[in-house]
Design a protein around this ligand. Sequence first.
Ligand code: HMG
Ligand code: MG
Length: 302
Amino acid sequence: MSLPKKVQLVEVGPRDGLQNEAQPVPTNVKIELIHRLQDAGLNSIQSTAFVSPKWVPQMADNAQVLAGITKKPGVSYPVLVPNRKGLDAAMAAGCDEIVVFGAATEAFSKKNTNCTIAEGVARFGEVCDEALKHGIKVRGDMSVCLGCPYEGEVSAAAVARLAREFDRIGCQQITICDTIGTGTAGKTRAAIEAVAKYIAIDRLAVHVHDTYGQAIANIYAALECGITIFDSSVAGLGGCPYAKGATGNVATEDVLYLLDGLGIDTGVDMKKLIAAGDYICGVLNRPTYSRAAKAIAAKMAA
Ligand code: HMG
Ligand code: MG
Protein backbone atom coordinates (compact mmCIF):
# COMPACT_ATOMS: atom_id res chain seq x y z
CA MET A 1 0.00 0.00 0.00
CA SER A 2 1.62 3.28 -1.01
CA LEU A 3 1.16 6.29 1.26
CA PRO A 4 1.29 9.94 0.19
CA LYS A 5 4.71 11.63 0.31
CA LYS A 6 3.34 14.97 1.42
CA VAL A 7 0.41 15.90 3.67
CA GLN A 8 -1.19 19.19 4.64
CA LEU A 9 -2.05 19.64 8.30
CA VAL A 10 -4.89 22.09 8.84
CA GLU A 11 -4.60 23.45 12.36
CA VAL A 12 -8.04 23.92 13.93
CA GLY A 13 -6.96 24.66 17.51
CA PRO A 14 -7.76 28.39 17.53
CA ARG A 15 -11.33 27.61 16.35
CA ASP A 16 -12.40 24.06 17.24
CA GLY A 17 -9.93 23.97 20.13
CA LEU A 18 -11.11 27.13 21.81
CA GLN A 19 -14.80 27.39 20.83
CA ASN A 20 -15.89 25.11 23.67
CA GLU A 21 -13.67 26.69 26.31
CA ALA A 22 -15.73 27.79 29.33
CA GLN A 23 -13.28 30.46 30.49
CA PRO A 24 -12.95 33.54 28.28
CA VAL A 25 -9.78 33.41 26.21
CA PRO A 26 -8.43 36.91 25.51
CA THR A 27 -8.24 37.96 21.87
CA ASN A 28 -4.51 38.67 22.10
CA VAL A 29 -3.91 35.10 23.31
CA LYS A 30 -5.78 33.68 20.30
CA ILE A 31 -3.70 35.87 17.97
CA GLU A 32 -0.44 34.91 19.69
CA LEU A 33 -1.37 31.23 19.36
CA ILE A 34 -1.98 31.66 15.62
CA HIS A 35 1.39 33.43 15.26
CA ARG A 36 3.17 30.59 17.05
CA LEU A 37 1.40 27.98 14.92
CA GLN A 38 2.39 29.67 11.66
CA ASP A 39 5.96 30.00 12.94
CA ALA A 40 5.91 26.23 13.50
CA GLY A 41 5.26 25.79 9.76
CA LEU A 42 1.49 25.23 9.62
CA ASN A 43 0.20 26.73 6.40
CA SER A 44 -3.53 26.54 7.04
CA ILE A 45 -4.84 27.75 10.39
CA GLN A 46 -8.58 27.75 11.08
CA SER A 47 -8.62 30.96 13.03
CA THR A 48 -12.14 31.69 14.22
CA ALA A 49 -15.85 31.33 13.39
CA PHE A 50 -18.31 33.97 12.18
CA VAL A 51 -21.21 32.22 13.88
CA SER A 52 -23.86 33.71 16.12
CA PRO A 53 -22.28 34.88 19.43
CA LYS A 54 -25.51 33.79 21.11
CA TRP A 55 -24.69 30.24 20.05
CA VAL A 56 -20.91 30.27 20.58
CA PRO A 57 -19.85 33.21 22.78
CA GLN A 58 -16.16 32.25 22.66
CA MET A 59 -15.98 33.18 18.96
CA ALA A 60 -17.58 36.64 19.45
CA ASP A 61 -14.21 38.37 18.86
CA ASN A 62 -13.95 36.82 15.36
CA ALA A 63 -13.33 40.09 13.47
CA GLN A 64 -10.68 41.28 15.95
CA VAL A 65 -8.86 37.94 15.78
CA LEU A 66 -8.79 37.85 11.98
CA ALA A 67 -7.78 41.48 11.68
CA GLY A 68 -5.11 41.12 14.39
CA ILE A 69 -3.11 38.38 12.68
CA THR A 70 0.20 39.37 11.10
CA LYS A 71 -0.40 37.29 8.00
CA LYS A 72 2.45 35.21 6.67
CA PRO A 73 2.79 34.66 2.91
CA GLY A 74 1.72 31.17 1.88
CA VAL A 75 -0.51 30.69 4.94
CA SER A 76 -4.31 30.64 4.75
CA TYR A 77 -6.62 31.47 7.64
CA PRO A 78 -9.97 29.74 7.03
CA VAL A 79 -12.98 30.75 9.14
CA LEU A 80 -16.31 29.04 9.77
CA VAL A 81 -19.34 30.71 8.21
CA PRO A 82 -22.92 29.45 8.80
CA ASN A 83 -24.91 31.93 6.74
CA ARG A 84 -24.86 35.13 4.67
CA LYS A 85 -24.55 37.32 7.75
CA GLY A 86 -21.41 35.41 8.75
CA LEU A 87 -19.97 35.66 5.23
CA ASP A 88 -20.50 39.42 5.08
CA ALA A 89 -18.75 39.85 8.45
CA ALA A 90 -15.92 37.50 7.46
CA MET A 91 -15.35 39.31 4.16
CA ALA A 92 -15.35 42.69 5.93
CA ALA A 93 -12.65 41.30 8.25
CA GLY A 94 -10.56 40.17 5.25
CA CYS A 95 -11.06 36.39 5.17
CA ASP A 96 -9.27 34.36 2.46
CA GLU A 97 -11.08 31.05 2.91
CA ILE A 98 -14.39 30.00 4.45
CA VAL A 99 -15.75 26.76 5.79
CA VAL A 100 -19.45 26.02 5.58
CA PHE A 101 -20.59 23.19 7.81
CA GLY A 102 -23.45 20.77 7.57
CA ALA A 103 -24.25 17.39 9.08
CA ALA A 104 -24.92 13.90 7.79
CA THR A 105 -27.91 13.57 10.15
CA GLU A 106 -31.02 15.70 10.57
CA ALA A 107 -30.81 15.75 14.38
CA PHE A 108 -27.27 17.10 14.45
CA SER A 109 -28.04 19.65 11.74
CA LYS A 110 -30.89 20.97 13.89
CA LYS A 111 -28.84 21.10 17.10
CA ASN A 112 -25.79 22.74 15.53
CA THR A 113 -27.32 25.10 12.99
CA ASN A 114 -31.05 25.16 13.77
CA CYS A 115 -32.08 23.98 10.30
CA THR A 116 -32.63 20.81 8.30
CA ILE A 117 -29.87 19.39 6.09
CA ALA A 118 -31.65 20.68 2.99
CA GLU A 119 -32.20 24.17 4.47
CA GLY A 120 -28.51 24.27 5.40
CA VAL A 121 -27.42 23.29 1.89
CA ALA A 122 -29.68 25.97 0.38
CA ARG A 123 -28.23 28.58 2.75
CA PHE A 124 -24.66 27.49 2.00
CA GLY A 125 -25.38 27.58 -1.73
CA GLU A 126 -25.92 31.32 -1.53
CA VAL A 127 -22.84 31.71 0.69
CA CYS A 128 -20.66 29.68 -1.73
CA ASP A 129 -21.83 31.66 -4.79
CA GLU A 130 -20.97 34.95 -3.14
CA ALA A 131 -17.63 33.77 -1.71
CA LEU A 132 -16.47 32.25 -5.00
CA LYS A 133 -17.45 35.45 -6.84
CA HIS A 134 -14.97 37.27 -4.57
CA GLY A 135 -12.19 34.73 -5.08
CA ILE A 136 -12.58 33.29 -1.58
CA LYS A 137 -11.93 29.57 -1.28
CA VAL A 138 -14.74 27.39 0.06
CA ARG A 139 -14.57 24.21 2.05
CA GLY A 140 -17.54 22.15 3.26
CA ASP A 141 -17.25 20.29 6.57
CA MET A 142 -19.60 17.35 7.06
CA SER A 143 -20.22 16.61 10.74
CA VAL A 144 -21.10 13.28 12.35
CA CYS A 145 -19.97 11.17 9.37
CA LEU A 146 -18.85 8.31 11.61
CA GLY A 147 -21.52 8.47 14.29
CA CYS A 148 -24.08 10.92 15.68
CA PRO A 149 -24.73 11.72 19.36
CA TYR A 150 -28.48 11.87 18.64
CA GLU A 151 -29.07 9.31 15.86
CA GLY A 152 -26.28 6.78 16.47
CA GLU A 153 -24.98 4.93 13.41
CA VAL A 154 -24.58 6.96 10.21
CA SER A 155 -24.51 5.24 6.83
CA ALA A 156 -21.72 5.89 4.34
CA ALA A 157 -24.52 6.55 1.82
CA ALA A 158 -25.77 9.49 3.92
CA VAL A 159 -22.25 10.90 4.01
CA ALA A 160 -21.87 10.53 0.23
CA ARG A 161 -25.26 12.21 -0.30
CA LEU A 162 -24.18 15.31 1.61
CA ALA A 163 -20.78 15.35 -0.11
CA ARG A 164 -22.51 15.45 -3.50
CA GLU A 165 -24.67 18.34 -2.34
CA PHE A 166 -21.59 20.24 -1.13
CA ASP A 167 -19.90 19.54 -4.46
CA ARG A 168 -22.97 20.77 -6.35
CA ILE A 169 -23.04 24.11 -4.51
CA GLY A 170 -19.35 24.75 -5.20
CA CYS A 171 -17.32 23.54 -2.20
CA GLN A 172 -13.80 23.05 -3.52
CA GLN A 173 -12.73 20.88 -0.61
CA ILE A 174 -14.98 18.57 1.40
CA THR A 175 -14.22 17.24 4.87
CA ILE A 176 -15.32 13.97 6.41
CA CYS A 177 -15.64 14.78 10.12
CA ASP A 178 -15.85 12.38 13.04
CA THR A 179 -17.37 14.91 15.42
CA ILE A 180 -17.69 12.63 18.45
CA GLY A 181 -14.76 10.33 17.78
CA THR A 182 -16.78 7.11 17.57
CA GLY A 183 -15.28 6.15 14.21
CA THR A 184 -13.01 3.17 13.69
CA ALA A 185 -10.58 2.46 10.86
CA GLY A 186 -13.16 0.38 8.98
CA LYS A 187 -15.85 3.05 9.23
CA THR A 188 -13.36 5.71 8.16
CA ARG A 189 -12.41 3.71 5.09
CA ALA A 190 -16.06 3.02 4.20
CA ALA A 191 -17.00 6.71 4.41
CA ILE A 192 -14.01 7.78 2.31
CA GLU A 193 -14.64 5.11 -0.32
CA ALA A 194 -18.32 6.09 -0.56
CA VAL A 195 -17.48 9.77 -1.05
CA ALA A 196 -14.51 9.12 -3.36
CA LYS A 197 -16.90 7.52 -5.90
CA TYR A 198 -18.05 11.06 -6.64
CA ILE A 199 -15.34 13.46 -5.43
CA ALA A 200 -11.64 13.27 -6.35
CA ILE A 201 -9.57 12.10 -3.40
CA ASP A 202 -7.31 15.18 -3.49
CA ARG A 203 -10.38 17.35 -2.73
CA LEU A 204 -11.19 15.40 0.44
CA ALA A 205 -10.00 16.15 3.96
CA VAL A 206 -10.45 14.25 7.21
CA HIS A 207 -11.22 15.82 10.61
CA VAL A 208 -11.25 13.48 13.58
CA HIS A 209 -11.89 13.88 17.28
CA ASP A 210 -10.14 11.47 19.62
CA THR A 211 -12.86 10.59 22.13
CA TYR A 212 -12.35 6.81 21.83
CA GLY A 213 -8.59 6.95 21.17
CA GLN A 214 -9.08 5.88 17.53
CA ALA A 215 -7.97 9.06 15.81
CA ILE A 216 -4.45 7.99 14.82
CA ALA A 217 -5.69 4.61 13.54
CA ASN A 218 -8.40 6.40 11.57
CA ILE A 219 -5.88 8.81 10.09
CA TYR A 220 -3.66 5.91 9.06
CA ALA A 221 -6.65 4.26 7.35
CA ALA A 222 -7.36 7.56 5.58
CA LEU A 223 -3.72 7.83 4.45
CA GLU A 224 -4.03 4.37 2.95
CA CYS A 225 -7.08 5.60 1.03
CA GLY A 226 -4.99 8.47 -0.38
CA ILE A 227 -6.21 11.36 1.80
CA THR A 228 -3.58 14.13 2.02
CA ILE A 229 -5.35 16.80 4.11
CA PHE A 230 -5.93 16.35 7.84
CA ASP A 231 -7.35 18.64 10.52
CA SER A 232 -5.86 18.55 13.99
CA SER A 233 -5.69 20.73 17.07
CA VAL A 234 -2.55 21.70 18.96
CA ALA A 235 -2.42 20.00 22.37
CA GLY A 236 -5.62 18.14 21.41
CA LEU A 237 -7.83 20.97 22.57
CA GLY A 238 -11.43 21.23 21.61
CA GLY A 239 -14.86 19.80 21.04
CA CYS A 240 -18.15 20.89 19.58
CA PRO A 241 -20.54 22.58 22.04
CA TYR A 242 -23.43 20.75 20.35
CA ALA A 243 -21.85 17.29 20.68
CA LYS A 244 -22.01 16.52 24.41
CA GLY A 245 -19.26 14.28 25.75
CA ALA A 246 -17.07 14.60 22.68
CA THR A 247 -13.48 15.43 23.49
CA GLY A 248 -11.00 17.43 21.48
CA ASN A 249 -9.59 16.96 18.05
CA VAL A 250 -6.68 14.64 17.51
CA ALA A 251 -3.57 16.48 18.73
CA THR A 252 -1.47 18.00 15.97
CA GLU A 253 1.69 16.81 17.75
CA ASP A 254 0.44 13.19 17.66
CA VAL A 255 -0.41 13.36 13.96
CA LEU A 256 2.96 14.94 13.23
CA TYR A 257 4.72 12.16 15.16
CA LEU A 258 2.92 9.60 12.98
CA LEU A 259 3.70 11.43 9.74
CA ASP A 260 7.34 12.15 10.66
CA GLY A 261 7.73 8.46 11.48
CA LEU A 262 6.36 7.52 8.06
CA GLY A 263 8.70 10.00 6.35
CA ILE A 264 5.72 12.04 5.10
CA ASP A 265 6.55 15.71 4.59
CA THR A 266 4.37 18.34 6.34
CA GLY A 267 6.73 21.29 6.72
CA VAL A 268 5.90 21.44 10.44
CA ASP A 269 8.57 21.69 13.14
CA MET A 270 7.80 19.48 16.16
CA LYS A 271 9.72 21.56 18.72
CA LYS A 272 8.01 24.80 17.74
CA LEU A 273 4.64 23.04 17.62
CA ILE A 274 5.10 21.67 21.14
CA ALA A 275 6.10 25.15 22.31
CA ALA A 276 2.85 26.55 20.82
CA GLY A 277 0.93 23.83 22.68
CA ASP A 278 2.78 24.66 25.92
CA TYR A 279 1.85 28.30 25.45
CA ILE A 280 -1.90 27.75 25.15
CA CYS A 281 -1.96 25.06 27.86
CA GLY A 282 -0.15 27.51 30.15
CA VAL A 283 -2.78 30.16 29.55
CA LEU A 284 -5.63 27.68 30.02
CA ASN A 285 -3.85 26.21 33.04
CA ARG A 286 -4.16 22.59 31.97
CA PRO A 287 -1.85 19.84 30.77
CA THR A 288 -1.57 18.98 27.09
CA TYR A 289 -3.77 16.15 25.76
CA SER A 290 -1.07 15.22 23.26
CA ARG A 291 0.63 11.92 24.12
CA ALA A 292 3.58 12.74 21.85
CA ALA A 293 4.07 16.21 23.39
CA LYS A 294 4.02 14.70 26.90
CA ALA A 295 6.49 11.97 25.97
CA ILE A 296 8.88 14.32 24.19
CA ALA A 297 8.77 16.79 27.11
CA ALA A 298 9.50 13.97 29.58
CA LYS A 299 12.43 12.77 27.47
CA MET A 300 13.86 16.27 27.23
CA ALA A 301 13.52 16.76 31.00
CA ALA A 302 15.33 13.47 31.73
P1 HMG B 1 -30.66 30.90 14.50
O1 HMG B 1 -30.92 31.26 15.93
O2 HMG B 1 -31.61 29.97 13.83
O3 HMG B 1 -30.46 32.16 13.56
O4 HMG B 1 -29.20 30.29 14.43
P2 HMG B 1 -31.17 33.52 13.37
O5 HMG B 1 -30.95 33.90 11.96
O6 HMG B 1 -32.56 33.44 13.92
O7 HMG B 1 -30.30 34.49 14.30
C1 HMG B 1 -30.34 34.50 15.70
C2 HMG B 1 -29.49 35.66 16.20
O8 HMG B 1 -28.11 35.43 15.87
C3 HMG B 1 -29.85 36.98 15.54
O9 HMG B 1 -29.54 38.00 16.48
C4 HMG B 1 -28.90 37.07 14.39
O10 HMG B 1 -28.65 38.39 13.97
C5 HMG B 1 -27.67 36.48 14.97
P3 HMG B 1 -30.72 38.85 17.21
O11 HMG B 1 -31.53 39.42 16.09
O12 HMG B 1 -31.48 37.83 18.01
O13 HMG B 1 -29.96 39.85 18.01
N1 HMG B 1 -26.82 35.83 13.94
C6 HMG B 1 -25.52 36.08 13.80
N2 HMG B 1 -24.66 36.88 14.45
C7 HMG B 1 -23.39 36.89 14.04
N3 HMG B 1 -22.91 36.12 13.03
C8 HMG B 1 -23.73 35.31 12.35
C9 HMG B 1 -25.10 35.26 12.74
N4 HMG B 1 -26.15 34.57 12.29
C10 HMG B 1 -27.20 34.94 13.03
N5 HMG B 1 -23.26 34.55 11.36
C11 HMG B 1 -27.14 29.92 13.26
C12 HMG B 1 -28.65 29.82 13.22
C13 HMG B 1 -26.61 29.11 12.11
C14 HMG B 1 -26.74 31.37 13.14
C15 HMG B 1 -26.66 29.35 14.62
O14 HMG B 1 -27.21 28.08 14.77
C16 HMG B 1 -25.17 29.24 14.74
O15 HMG B 1 -24.46 30.23 14.79
N6 HMG B 1 -24.65 27.99 14.80
C17 HMG B 1 -23.23 27.74 14.88
C18 HMG B 1 -22.95 26.67 15.86
C19 HMG B 1 -21.47 26.43 15.93
O16 HMG B 1 -20.67 27.33 15.74
N7 HMG B 1 -21.08 25.18 16.24
C20 HMG B 1 -19.69 24.82 16.37
C21 HMG B 1 -18.96 24.84 15.07
S1 HMG B 1 -19.28 23.40 14.08
C22 HMG B 1 -18.17 22.23 14.67
O17 HMG B 1 -17.50 22.42 15.67
C23 HMG B 1 -18.01 20.97 13.87
C24 HMG B 1 -16.70 20.94 13.07
O18 HMG B 1 -15.56 21.06 13.93
C25 HMG B 1 -16.59 19.62 12.31
C26 HMG B 1 -16.89 18.42 13.22
O19 HMG B 1 -16.09 18.13 14.13
O20 HMG B 1 -17.94 17.82 12.99
C27 HMG B 1 -16.65 22.07 12.04
MG1 MG C 1 -14.67 19.46 15.07
